[in-house]
Design a protein around this ligand. Structure first.
Ligand code: SUG
Length: 416
């Protein structure tokens, strides 16, 4: 078996908008009411996928979900008198952030040798809680080969689960057994703690993970209060490297010691708060980066332009590159439309370590397919949406037609 890391990015849906629905996500609430640019947003997303493919990496994608969501609108008895925010929830393109689609444990870590995926219930935010049934349909198609994959229903809704955004895996090499680190938050702060400890523990059990290679780590309440609504806003791991803000975890020293005990080759790159404050880290999204192993074996950090342009973050990155650390390249990408809703390069992708030959090829990208996707986006995606337009029948028709054109072009009309 030839297992590699495949990044599945969410194609930004045609209803992408700024409704300010995510309390505790400072970018999203700051941009509430702004005009969005779905076409530009989706093209930025495809450009990022092309960028990473050009590095020699395997790229996949997931499709936008049905929006406005007829199931959700029917379930709340929508008749036009519903709260503005509930209406907006039915229009949200939030499934683009596939780091929240599921938690993934590669076959090298599981007792039955299959790659396990548990779709995230995303219950904390109403606009995100309606994603999982349609996400699950895609996961069951993309990873339908049952000798290689097991796709699980969500954990019970009494335990909030936000998927891979609160899960890190470390290993010497992707295809080898690793340690899995689940990060949860405790409620009680100013902002919701979206990942519950019991959800993480349930996922670990469902995936058949080895208890001796598992860590459950509490997120620093200070980080949540500063706007780190998911752990991937303050930390990212890849193979033997953990890149983290010093204030990411409630017990940083205990966490580092446990990681080193479980994986002696671990290298932990810690960014101190006096170089980059939590506020700077969250504003710039330095850690919401894709830490990737290139075919040469070097590690590269794909960061948002906002981080590259931030003076204190840039100074720290320049220092890191000049040192002899494990991260050898820093590659900025433009995902500004997603960033304004609190979604950086890492939010936009779900990592799956598997043999690409076992994945439904319709979900894998190549340059010709990227061009086909760009053509559909250019022809069908609305140029702009202001939140006041949400609810418009004409816009709903346009958004539906756009999604269907893409499904047809990718031979995935069965997801209609
Ligand atoms: O859940 N934003 C998303 C951003 C998700 C980022 N994902 C990761 N960190 N992995 C969220 O808060 C904003 C939508 C709005 O307000 O209209 C939003 O849902």
């Amino acid at each position: 078996m030839n297992a590699v890391e495949i990044n599945f990015d969410g194609i930004v849906g045609p209803s992408h908008n700024y409704a300010g629905l995510s309390l505790g996500n400072l970018a999203a609430t700051a941009h509430a009411g702004d005009t969005s640019y779905p076409r530009a947003a989706a093209l930025q997303g495809v450009a990022k996928m092309r960028h990473n493919m050009a590095l020699g990496l395997t790229q996949g994608f997931f499709l936008p979900l049905p929006r406005p969501n007829p199931v959700f609108l029917a379930a709340i008895g929508a008749d036009g008198s519903e709260d503005r925010r509930l209406r907006a929830a039915a229009w949200s393109a939030s499934s683009m952030w596939t780091a929240n689609a599921a938690t993934v444990s590669p076959g090298a870590d599981t007792t039955d040798g299959r790659c396990h995926l548990t779709v995230a219930n995303l219950v904390t935010m109403p606009h995100r809680s309606q994603e999982w049934p349609d996400t699950l349909r895609q996961l069951r198609l993309a990873f339908g080969e049952e000798s290689s994959f097991a796709v699980h229903d969500p954990v019970p809704p009494c335990f909030g689960d936000e998927g891979a955004a609160n899960h890190m895996r470390m290993t010497a090499r992707h295809a080898e057994p690793g340690i899995e680190i689940f990060v949860y938050g405790k409620s009680g702060g100013a902002f919701p703690a979206r990942q519950h400890e019991q959800a993480s523990r349930a996922v670990a059990r469902l995936h058949g993970l080895d208890p001796t290679r598992l860590l459950f780590v509490e997120q620093n309440p200070e980080a949540i209060a500063a706007g780190a609504f998911h752990n991937d806003v303050v930390a990212v791991a890849n193979e033997r490297v953990l890149f983290t803000h010093e204030l990411a975890f409630a017990d940083p020293e205990g966490t580092y010691a446990a990681i080193r005990a479980a994986l002696p080759e671990a290298e932990i790159v810690i960014v101190p708060a006096d170089a980059v404050s939590l506020a700077d880290a969250i504003k710039s999204y330095l850690f919401n980066a894709q830490l990737l192993t290139l075919p040469t074996g070097e590690m590269a950090l794909v960061i948002p332009l906002e981080a590259w342009e931030h003076p204190r973050v840039r100074a720290w990155l320049d220092g890191m590159l000049a040192s002899n650390g494990p991260i050898r390249r820093v590659l900025p990408v433009d995902v500004r439309q997603s960033m304004a809703n609190g979604g950086g390069p890492a939010c936009l992708r779900l990592r799956v370590v598997a043999d690409p030959a076992t994945v439904d090829p319709r979900f894998l990208l190549d340059p010709a397919k990227a061009e086909r996707i760009e053509t559909i986006i250019a022809a069908y995606w609305p140029e702009s949406i202001s939140p006041g337009e949400l609810g418009s029948e004409a816009l709903a028709e346009k958004v539906n037609a756009a999604r269907h054109a893409l499904l047809e072009a990718l031979d995935l009309a069965e997801l209609s």
